[in-house]
Design a protein. Sequence first.
Length: 148
Amino acid sequence: MIQWLSACAMAIWSTVLCSPALSADEIAIIVNENGPLTHISRAEVRDIYLGEIRFVEGFRIVPLHCPEGPAKHSFLSTIIGLSSKAYKLHWAKKVFQEGLTLPPIKADPSDIVKWVKEQPGGIGYVPKELAEMDRGIRILDTIEIIEH
């Protein structure tokens, strides 16, 4: 029963987080609770998502995104300091000049939580309420959703 309720809550939050029409109040930036990223700053989160930091303490760092929508817009503008268009342009240069690959996108926030729990170098952002429900992850920071 509890697993079913948890699955229902995650499905609802998936719709809320990634839908352009709906949004959660806050998103949480999460990392693996036992990984090397538990005490990084916002500036370091920014550098990770810009592809400037790719390894920490021997662990490959893998940042995850959710699809376009209010959560991603808020994350990019608040933490990265770029619009979605500018961020894509930044990564187009990284891909062609440095041979890097874009950070993966996961449509379901529960998939982001699962990935971060399983990967010591995982980092992502999900609804704050979802992050608070789960063990195995640490909330680094929270940001408010910016409606546009």
